[in-house]
Each structure stands twice: as structure tokens, then as C-alpha cells.
Design a protein around this ligand. Structure first.
Ligand code: 26Y
Length: 789
């Protein structure tokens, strides 16, 4: 390893050891790891090709990967070797690993789920390809200026991204606009714009390098650098048009995970990567198969939400216009290939395009969608339509074109059946299935929490790394005082590490023995960070009034970004920061309460915060969080959850037992019922003197004396509408927090509860989730060990 690093330093980077920076060392280490990785990757790729076995194609607008060096080193079992080699070279492994920027090609849960799935597919030996977009700029970087979020562009590709291999020979034209002509019963699309999709491949190597898949991300290139004929005519704009479109199409990830903005560029991004992926998988299929009708035996195409839902009409278009299948046959064939995962019930996050805009960008696809609607209506009278009220509804499209539709937790799937897709569910009662989300324990325990994972491996061996159910053996240890002490020591070491980082980066000193209470996720009204900060103020009031009442010291930790156009979410960020400034400078409560909100929350920050958490905040309005996956990461790392009966919280609570979970709040049914009562919010506030006081303080400018009206709008909204029922759940939340305070005082018992949480998380491995998809939806198997057959 040492020689390989030095060789890459010299011949790959043109440096000698004496003059190398951390960046150079990281590049050399990464290249050395990459070589080893390729030796696992190529045989898998060859085997998948030679066996002709069915493949999974996972189409996702987002892959929220984070850093790669450690992941690769860990999955290849090379961490110790790399550390030793670098040490001999006078370098520090940790420093080098920390130099890597996150690959942040996603907004949040949906993108991170795709990354966990890629890890599990490779570990399980299922031939698969992830398809997405190679954004030049990932999710924006967040800064706080006077407590307010400001966004800076993210620039990960300004450095060499050495994990990827450019594939200039893999190119497909992607066309837009123009018009369609019909003659001799055939459609001819004459598009007005073309860009070229070109592939960049990143190997995804599973545990111990047993299998490797590919993440193929598409970048756009102009058809020619510019059109010389137009240029010579003096038409400079036309000459550069393809170049301009190519430059913008992959420029930036849309930073919104809720409101569909109806932007033409987003539709073009969606079609761009979906069409490239469909062309690519068909080329692969046709290189070994003669009959296109057998495609469903070779390809399972999974749509990660509706973002790639255009895959349905695109596949039909190719089958009809190029392979001359009949329309009905093409629709049925495409359906047998496609699966659709729904990730949201929020109406504003369901994609809809104005028909006029859709038809302008994709005129042939609009015709095909009409045919899909007609075909479906012929078979099912009165069925919901894709084209409705001048809109193209991508949810209906995805549903109608998929043979299976899945929700991402038991509760969510149930609500999908009862609400958004109720009518379609009645027509196709077998179509909707559940696949509860999961997380990869390789990243979210093994790598991010060496203190705990080392302890577990010492006790159980390392089988749990590929079989998380084995953690249940730890349940018998809740009475083992010595083991529990080590479990507690691991948590404490992680808390000290976090406390040091908070002091260094934010200048706030926090006590590692205080309860670390963490809420990290996108800022959204339904996730109710607002309720958390209101409770913080209420707690602070009580602490100031009775400082000697034997409080459990707390550190409230927040992390998360707001969509740049989401005004209310930005106000919530501002309020958290305003409250933090006041509380953190209060002499009376300085040993009892701190509020910490480090800017620019991302995957890497999660990897530090989660292992150090005591309490996990999963407090969304019941019925709104499809699943959550952070909830699983916390519990796996020995945090207790305070949460509502929402998303996967329900199943987490079932697995850990109700006595090891702090439940509060209205149920999904009660939420719906409460909303029908006029003035419910005002009534709830009137019934809660504690909440009244907090809201009064905020309105009076207690946290923003220079600008007293700052939160009038926000508080007014709580009184007048409060769609997410912050006011109704507030008292129950406050009381449950005090129960958590009491429980924390009994350190032994808390440790036992935390240990049961870790020990009960086997079900929430993404390995289990992927096995579920493989069995119920994709009908694919593992190739592990199959090579020797
Ligand atoms: C259409 C566009 C505005 C859009 C872009 C991104 C809409 C939604 C999204 C992302 C949604 C998302 O991240 N959903 C989350 O998916 C997770 C994985 O299933 C769930 O755990 C989580 O509850 C859900 O909010």
C-alpha cells in the first residue's frame, strides 16, 4: 500500500513526498484504493454480462453519497493497511479522510436512501446499475449571517473526482421540442434541440469486495461545440444554443424537496437522464438478446419517486416508434419492467406539469400519454386520468405504468392506499405494496461509530456487518454491568469528540454529560423544528424560574437546510439562531441548557452527530413523514427516540418496545379529525399557559430586541392556521420531554434502554429492504457465489 501510494503520488500527481499537500496525499491514497477496487469491479461486471442475469436499474434524480474514501477502504477491508502505510509516510489517515468534500447530489432522505440501496445491492451481489445526473453543483452550502440562512454554490467538481471513470464512448442523443408528424400510421418526431448525454461511471463495491456494481451519472455535452453554418450566417445565438442547453442542463441540483416549481429546466433534466438511461439499458439488452419482448426478464427498472416517471412513455416511444410494437403491447411490456416508489403524501410535492409546457418540451410523449390514458380508461371505466385539468400528473403516470407501486413504511403505504392513490388502488388492489426503508449499517454504524462498532465486533464477531439481525444477541446484555459500562463509554467518547468540535468551530462550550438532544433533517413545517424550539424556550423559562430544581442538563442540537424559496422555513432557522444567542449567553442557565445549530448540515456532519446523540427528535405531524431514515440511524447508534406515531417511527417503536421509546402527540387519524374543528389552534393555545407565555415572549421581541416585529407573521400563523398542529401537540411534547429528563437521571436504566435500541435495529438494515424489493418487485437474485457454479 505504501509503495502504491508513493507511485501514485509520483506518476499520477507529479509530486514527491516532501512537497505534497494533504490534497495530494488524499489523491494518491484514493488512487491506490481505486486500483484495488477495480480488481473487484471488473470481474463482477464481466460476470453480470456473461450470465445474462436480470439486472436492476435504479433511476434516481438524487444520490446523496457523502464522502467515499473511508467507505471504499472499509468495504475493501483496507482501513488498517491504509492507516499503517500513511503513518510510515508521516501522514495522518484521519486528516486525509477529512479533506474530501461530500458528493452532495441530493436534498435529503430520498437521495440518501438511493445511496444506501446502492451499497446494499453491491453487498448482496445483485447485478444493478444506479442511473442519475452528474450535477456540476450539488446541494448548496449553507451559511448563517446574523442568524439567517444564506446559500453559496457547492463546487465539488472543481477538484478532481477520482472515483469516476469518464466513458466518452457511451453517448446518446437526447432531443427536445419541435413537432410530430404522422404518416403511414407512424409517428415521426422532429425535435428542435439536441444534447448529448455522456456517461461517468463510479464503481460501487460491496462489503469485502465480493461484488461491484456501477453508479452511472450522465453529463450533457453540446452536439457540436457550435454550429459553424449558423455562425457563418451571423446567427451567433443559434450557433451556441446546443452548447448553452448542455451547459445548463446538468449545472445544478434543484434544491427543493417539497414544492414542485413547474420549471421547464427541471422537466428537461428529468427527461435527459431518464432517456439516456433507457437508451443505455436497451443497448445493453439488445447486445445479447434478439427479442425485445423478453425485456422484462432482463431488466427491472425502479423509479425513485415520480422524477423519472417519463421512463414509461419513453420506453413506449422507443418500442412503438423504433421497434414497431403495437401501442397496447408496448404499454403492457413497459409496465412489466417498471416499479414506482412513492416518498410523499404532501400534495405540493407531487409533480404536475402544465400540459402546454410538457407538450412544448416533449410533444411525442404527450401523445403517448394520451394513448396510455385511453388504454387505461378502456379497461377501467371512470379511472383517474394522467391528463387532467390541463395538467400532466406524474403520480398517476407512474402508478399506471408500474406493475408495482410501493410506499416506504407500513403507515405510509396504508395512507397511500387510503389517500393519494385511493381510486387507483381500488382498481388495482394488488399493485401497492410496502417496502419499509432501511439504512446501510456499513456506513451508519461500522464506519461512523468505530467506538461502538468495535465493541460490538469484539462481542459478536463481525457477522452483523452483513446480517444486522445478529445485533439482537446484545439484548441479553442489558443486565451485564461491565458491558453496559463499555457501551456507555463509547457513547461518551463520541460526545466528547462532538463537544470538542462544537467548541472549536462555534466557540460554544457544552458539557459531554448533558443530554444531547438532536434534530437533523431538512427544515420543514411538517417536521416541526418550530415545536422543538418553542419547547426549548419553555424549558428555559422553567429553568430560570427554578434553577435549583434538579434539571437534567441539555444540549439542543439542530442541523438542516431550508429550500432557498421556502420563506417560513427560513424564518424558523432565524428564530432558532435568535433563541440560541439569547440562551447561550444566559448566566443563570449556562450549566443547564445550550442551543447549538452548526451551519451546513450534510452527510459528513450526520456521521459525527448521530453517534453522539442521546435523544433523537422525530416529531413530525403524524401522517406527514413518509418514513424517515435518520430515525433508524439514531436508534442504531444507541439514541432513544422522542417521536410521534409517524412514518417508520411506528415500526421502530414496535421493534424496540414502547417502554424504550418516548411517544407523544396525536395520531394520523386524530390529526385529520382535529383539522376539521374550527379554531383548533387558538383553543389549544388558550388551554396552555406555558405555550401562551412562549409565544408572548417571541411576539414581544424577547429574542430580537432590535427588530421586535420579526416573528409576528410566524406566531400569527400558529394562532390562525397551524396546519401542522404544533399548538395541539405542544403540551404533550413538553411533558414527554420531562419524562425523558427523569429517565436520563437513571444512567444505568438509560443505558439499558439505549442498548435495547441498538440491539433491535436489525430489521432496519437496507439489506432487508433490498431483499424485499428483489423478492416482491424485481424478481432478481444474488450472484454471490454463482460464478463458481
Ligand atoms: C419534485 C421535487 C420538488 C422533489 C424533490 C425531492 C420532491 C421531493 C423530493 C424529496 C423527497 C424526500 O426526500 N422524501 C423523503 O424520502 C425518504 C426516503 O423514502 C423518507 O424517509 C422521508 O420520509 C421523505 O420525506
Amino acid at each position: 500500500m505504501k509503495d502504491e501510494i508513493l507511485r501514485h503520488l509520483r506518476y499520477g500527481l507529479g509530486k514527491d513526498a516532501a512537497h505534497s499537500s494533504v490534497y495530494d496525499w488524499r489523491m494518491a491514497l484514493s488512487r491506490a484504493l481505486r486500483d484495488r477496487m477495480v480488481d473487484h469491479w471488473i470481474p463482477s461486471t464481466q460476470e453480470a454480462y456473461a450470465s445474462g442475469s436480470k439486472r436492476v436499474y435504479y433511476l434516481s434524480m438524487e444520490f446523496l453519497i457523502g464522502r467515499l474514501v473511508e467507505d471504499m477502504a472499509s468495504n475493501l477491508g483496507l482501513v488498517d493497511e491504509a492507516k499503517a502505510a500513511l503513518k510510515e509516510l508521516g501522514q495522518d489517515y484521519e486528516t486525509i479522510v477529512k479533506d474530501e468534500p461530500d458528493a452532495a447530489l441530493g436534498n435529503g432522505g430520498l437521495g440518501r436512501l438511493a445511496a444506501c440501496f446502492m451499497d446494499s445491492l453491491a453487498t448482496l451481489g445483485i447485478p444493478a446499475m444506479g442511473y442519475g445526473i452528474r450535477y456540476e453543483h450539488g446541494l448548496f452550502e449553507q451559511d448563517f449571517v446574523e442568524g439567517q440562512q444564506v446559500e453559496r454554490p457547492e463546487t465539488w467538481l472543481q477538484q478532481d473526482h477520482i472515483w469516476e471513470f469518464e466513458r466518452p464512448e457511451v453517448q446518446y442523443p437526447i432531443t427536445f421540442g419541435g413537432h410530430v408528424e404522422h404518416h403511414d400510421g407512424k409517428a415521426h418526431w422532429h425535435p428542435s434541440e439536441t444534447v448529448i448525454a455522456t456517461a461517468f461511471d463510479t464503481p460501487v463495491i460491496g462489503w469485502e469486495g465480493r461484488w461491484g456494481n456501477t453508479l452511472r451519472l450522465w453529463a450533457a455535452m453540446p452536439t457540436k461545440v457550435f454550429d459553424l453554418a449558423s455562425f457563418n450566417r451571423g446567427d451567433y445565438l443559434a450557433a451556441g444554443r446546443s452548447e448553452a442547453l448542455a451547459r445548463t442542463i446538468c449545472r445544478v441540483l434543484y434544491p427543493d424537496d417539497t414544492t414542485e416549481t413547474g420549471k421547464e429546466l427541471r422537466l428537461k433534466q428529468e427527461y435527459f437522464f431518464t432517456s439516456a438511461s433507457i437508451q443505455d439499458l436497451l443497448r445493453r439488452f439488445l447486445s445479447t438478446h434478439a427479442d425485445i419482448r423478453t425485456l422484462p426478464d432482463a431488466a427491472a427498472i425502479q423509479l425513485n419517486d415520480t422524477h423519472p416517471a417519463i421512463a414509461g412513455p419513453e420506453l413506449v416511444r422507443v418500442l412503438v416508434d423504433k421497434h414497431e410494437l403495437g401501442m397496447d403491447e408496448a404499454i403492457a411490456l413497459a409496465r412489466r419492467c417498471l416499479g414506482y416508489t412513492n416518498h410523499t403524501l404532501l400534495p405540493e410535492a407531487l409533480e404536475r406539469w402544465p400540459e402546454w409546457l410538457f407538450g412544448r418540451v416533449l410533444p411525442r410523449h404527450l401523445e403517448i400519454i394520451r394513448e396510455i390514458d385511453a388504454d387505461h380508461l378502456r379497461r377501467h371505466e371512470g379511472a383517474p386520468k394522467i391528463l387532467d385539468h390541463g395538467n400532466v400528473n406524474m403520480g398517476e403516470l407512474a402508478f399506471i405504468m408500474a406493475h408495482k407501486v410501493n410506499g416506504v413504511s407500513a403507515l405510509h403505504t396504508d395512507l397511500v392506499k387510503k389517500t393519494v392513490f385511493n381510486d387507483l388502488h381500488k382498481i388495482h388492489p394488488q399493485r401497492i405494496v410496502n417496502q419499509t426503508n432501511g439504512i446501510t449499517q456499513r456506513r451508519w454504524l461500522k464506519t461512523c461509530n468505530p467506538a461502538l462498532s468495535g465493541l460490538i465486533t469484539r462481542e459478536l464477531g463481525n457477522g452483523w456487518v452483513t446480517d444486522l439481525d445478529l445485533l439482537s444477541q446484545l439484548k441479553s446484555r442489558t443486565g451485564d454491568v461491565a458491558f453496559k459500562e463499555e457501551f456507555v463509554a463509547a457513547k461518551r467518547a463520541n460526545k466528547v469528540r462532538l463537544a470538542n468540535w462544537v467548541t472549536e468551530t462555534m466557540g460554544i462550550s457544552i458539557d459531554p454529560d448533558a443530554m444531547f438532544d438532536v434534530q437533523i433533517k431538512r427544515i420543514h413545517e411538517y417536521k416541526r423544528q418550530l415545536m422543538n424550539i418553542l419547547e426549548t424556550v419553555a424549558l428555559w423559562n422553567e429553568m430560570r424560574a427554578h434553577p435549583d430544581a434538579g434539571w437534567t442538563p441539555r444540549v439542543k442540537i439542530f442541523g438542516g437546510k431550508a429550500a432557498p424559496g421556502y420563506h417560513v422555513a427560513k424564518e424558523i432557522i432565524h428564530l432558532i439562531n435568535d433563541v440560541a444567542a439569547v440562551i447561550n449567553s444566559d448566566e443563570i442557565t449556562k450549566d443547564l441548557l445550550k442551543v447549538v445549530y452548526p451551519p451546513n448540515y450534510n452527510v459528513t456532519m450526520a456521521e459525527v452527530l448521530i453517534p453522539a446523540a442521546d435523544l433523537s427528535e422525530q416529531i413530525s405531524t403524524a401522517g406527514k413523514e413518509a418514513s424517515g431514515t435518520g430515525n433508524m440511524k439514531f436508534a442504531l447508534n444507541g439514541a432513544l427516540t422522542i417521536g410521534t406515531l409517524d412514518g417508520a417511527n411506528v415500526e421502530i417503536r414496535e421493534h424496540v418496545g414502547p417502554e424504550n421509546f418516548f411517544l407523544f402527540g396525536l395520531t394520523a387519524e386524530e390529526v385529520m379529525e382535529r383539522r376539521t374543528q374550527p379554531g383548533f389552534a387558538r383553543a389549544a393555545i388558550e388551554a396552555s399557559p406555558r405555550l401562551q407565555r412562549v409565544l408572548g415572549q417571541i411576539v414581544e421581541g424577547r429574542f430580537c430586541p432590535q427588530d421586535q416585529g420579526r416573528y409576528h407573521g410566524l406566531v400569527g400563523m400558529l394562532y390562525d392556521s397551524d396546519y401542522f398542529l404544533v399548538t395541539c401537540d405542544f403540551d404533550s411534547y413538553y411533558d414527554t420531554q420531562r419524562r425523558a429528563d427523569e429517565a436520563y437521571k437513571n444512567a444505568r436504566n438509560w443505558a439499558a434502554m439505549a442498548l435495547v435500541n441498538t440491539a433491535s435495529m436489525g430489521f432496519f438494515s437496507s439489506d432487508r429492504t433490498i431483499k424485499g424489493y428483489a423478492h416482491d418487485i424485481w424478481h432478481v437474485g444474488s450472484r454471490l457465489g454463482a460464478g463458481e457454479e
